[in-house]
Write a new protein. Sequence first.
Length: 395
Amino acid sequence: MIDADGLLPYAQTERQQEVIKALIETGTYTHAAKQVGVHRKTLTETIKRVERQAARQLHSPQHGLTLGVPEGFTGDFTVQAAKGDVERVWYKGKLDKGNQDSAIRNLIEGMSAEIAPFPKIKAPRQAFSEDLASCIVIGDAHFGMLAEGEATLGEDFDLEIASRDLRAAIDYLISTAPPAEEGVLVNVGDFLHIDDYSNATPGGKHQQDTCVRHDQLMRVAGATLRYCIDRMRQYFKRVRVVNAAGNHDPTSAVALSMVLEAAYEKDPRVIVEPVKGKFFFWEFGKNLIGVTHGDKIPGHRLAAVMTQRQAAAWGRTVFRRWWVGHIHHKRYQELECGCSIESFNTLAPVDAWHAAMGYAAQRGIEMITLHRDYGQVGRQNATIEMVRAFMADAA
C-alpha cells in the first residue's frame, strides 16, 4: 500500500487531491474509486501521476527518498537494486526551469494585479526649459542584499534600508533639480541582488547573502521604482525610464521593465524603455548617451559599439557618453575617439564577501543635467550621508 498521506502535498489539481483523500479515507483502491465515481484503473493512473510529481521533488518512500527539495527546484535520482532490494540511491536537486518561468509569469501577474490605477498627476505649471534633461543615475542598488555590520565592519543593510535610502535620494535630487522639461531615471543594472530563488548569480553561480525571497524582492523593487517615477512626474513634464540588465539580475530586470510598461502604458508623460539587450542608446539634441551595465565588455570596446551601432547618431552629435555600473567605483575616462565612459557609485554598502576582499567605495547617487546644444551643464551629487540628513530633516 502506498503512503497516501505523504502524496497529498504533491497533488497539483483539485481532482488529484480528491483522489488521494478518498484513498486515505477508504484505505483501498476499489473503495476509493467508488467514492470518487471513477473506474479503478483511472484512479490508479491518477495516483501514479501524483507519484511521478512527488518523485520529481525527491519524495519516493519505496526508494528510500523522503527528503524533498526547496520551492522552485526539482530532483533526479538513480536507484541501484540488488536481488530485489534497494542497495543505493543517488539523488540531486536542480532549479526547475518550468517552475522558474511560471514563477516569473505569476510574479508579473501578481504585481500587475496589485497595482491600483495611478492618480492622474497633472504636469506642473512651472515654466520648463525644453533644452534641458535632468538624468538621475542609480548605481548598482542591490535590492535584496543582506549585510551585517559585525561581519563587514560597516553598516547593516537590507531591503527596507535600500528602499528607504533610494526614496529619500530621489526626493532630495528632485528638490535640487532645474526646470528641465524631461527627467530621466537611469538604472545602470544590478538593481536586484538576486535573479531567482537559487540566491546565486546566474553566470558564476556564486551564492549571495540575501534577506528576502525573490518574489517579495520583486514586489518591493517594483513599488520603489514606481515611487521614483511618480515623484519625478510631479516635477518634470515628461519622464523617461531606462533599466539596464546586470549580471545579478538579467531576467528580473526585464520583468521589472515589463511591469512598469504596463503600469504607465496609458500615461503619455511616462516613457518606459524596454530592455532589448545589453545596450541602450538615447539621443538628446547634440548628446548621445549609451547605457549598459559594463560587466561583459571593456571600455575601449564600448566606444567601438557606439560608433558601429549608432553611426548616424554619432555624426549628428558632439557630446557622446557611456553610463555604466558594475564596479561600484566612480571612474571617468575620456577617449580620444570622441566619447567618454563614466561609472557610478552605489548607495549600498559592501556585503561580507566584498568586505573580506578589501573592496570599498564612496556611496552616493548623482543627477546630471544635459543641454541640447551645450552638453552637460549641471551635476548634483548626493552622498549617502547627505541623503540621510535630508531624510532626517524631512521627518
